[in-house]
Design a binder for this molecule. Structure first.
Ligand code: NAD
Ligand code: ZN
Length: 359
């Protein structure tokens, strides 16, 4: 039986970022206590930085999102912290999108468990709780704020997998819809639709969980309101999407994804395509696996006047297509969830290549 856990505490609402100083202050009990902040690079020049209540002996890392986090990136940051002898912070704060939230989660686990990031890629490999951590999402959709994983790519092993553990879950969230106001329109759509895709995949799967389903149904209802709205980015919609993202992350802790995520992971290992846009590129051609949802997704694109890249696999070699196939089929759990244990007979190499060629 799954013993499920969700985020323990959260503050929600416009302006809730103002709660951060107090939450941090509660943890600073000694004069030399310090915190480590991971902040999305887009905020480097923003007045929001002033809300962090950063003190002189705190560490601040800006997280770049040009590429999604790799195990090597996490190990490099970890070494930097070890070298600066700041391995016992009282709080870790992650503020940004999924890349930043996941980086903060991974470092929190490494600081108490030791070793290397790749040692914990998998299920329930983290041995002891990480450093107390506060997550502050600035873009909605992946559910990284509420999920029990932190996704990292291991380049040597061609493996995109997180530290899936109850210890990876944030201890505290601050969900302030005011923060997602500045997200660029297409990015807002790509990331936001990740919630929708997570939910249709888990509801369409074989491993169901009554509470996971309930989270998914509600997240789906809200996602449909947002992407069917005239303006998916107005204040009300941003607030709704933040809720849907949170619920979607809770849902995924109790279930698995389906066909879309493995194909998207294939794209990301070969073309470095980012998670959310990759999912959209895949979802666009999912008629045979998710017919109704693919049509609905096309309506979302049209309604929100968002376009997707096309011909993304046009210049690939046979060897690339092999890698795309391998990078997809390695994801046994979600594929078995969607298609049953015989998924390899359904997703033959030829069929997978044919799907990729339509993207
Ligand atoms: P991201 O971190 O990739 O950021 C996307 C872009 O939006 C970046 O350019 C970033 O700087 C920008 N951005 C973020 N907030 C902004 C704001 N308020 N205003 C302006 N720009 C802003 O975003 P994402 O799509 O949330 O995350 C993708 C990552 O999450 C991937 O690495 C993926 O593997 C991971 N992921 C994690 C989980 C999980 O459960 N942990 C689930 C799905 C995906
Ligand atoms: Zn996803």
């Amino acid at each position: 039986m799954t013993n499920s856990k969700n985020v323990l505490f959260y503050v929600f609402g416009k302006g809730s970022l103002n709660e951060l100083p107090l939450l941090i202050q509660n943890k600073r009990t000694k004069a030399d206590d310090y915190c480590i902040y991971f902040v999305d690079r887009f905020l480097a020049e923003s007045p929001v930085l002033g809300s962090l209540s950063k003190m002189e002996n705190d560490l601040l890392f800006f997280v770049d999102t040009v590429d999604e986090p790799t195990t090597a990136d996490i190990n490099r940051v970890y070494s930097e912290i070890v070298n600066s002898r700041k391995t016992h912070p009282v709080v870790i704060v992650g503020m940004g999108g999924g890349c930043t939230l996941d980086t903060a989660k991974a470092i929190s686990n490494l600081l108490t468990n030791g070793g290397r990031a790749e040692d914990y890629q998998g299920w329930d490999l983290v041995r002891v709780p990480g450093i107390y951590k506060i997550g502050i999402p600035t873009i909605s959709g992946t559910g990284a704020e509420s999920s029990r994983t932190c996704v990292m790519t291991n380049m040597e092993k061609h493996l995109k997998l997180g530290m899936n553990s109850e210890y990876t879950i944030y201890d505290q969230l601050i969900m302030d819809p005011g923060l997602s106001k500045t997200v660029e329109r297409s990015q807002y759509f790509y990331s936001g639709v990740d919630t929708y895709i997570h939910c249709i995949e888990s509801l369409g799967g074989r491993y169901r969980h009554a509470i996971g389903d309930a989270f998914s149904y509600q997240a789906l209802t809200i996602s449909r309101e947002v992407f069917g709205a005239e303006d998916m980015q107005d204040e009300g919609s941003r607030e709704k999407l933040m809720v849907a993202s949170y619920l979607g992350g809770c849902a995924i802790a109790n279930s698995y994804v389906g066909v879309v995520h493995p194909l998207s992971a294939g794209l990301s290992t070969v073309l470095k395509t980012h998670h959310c846009i990759g999912n959209c590129i895949v979802m666009n051609v999912m008629e045979e696996f998710y017919p109704r949802e693919t049509t609905e997704f096309h309506h979302f694109l049209e309604k929100q006047r968002v376009t997707l890249p096309t011909n993304v696999t046009a210049n690939l070699t046979d060897e690339d297509f092999n890698d795309l196939y391998e990078g997809t089929i390695i994801h046994e759990k979600p594929l078995a969830n969607a298609l049953g244990e015989g998924f390899r007979e359904i997703l033959t190499r030829d069929r997978v290549v044919e799907i990729f060629k339509r993207m």
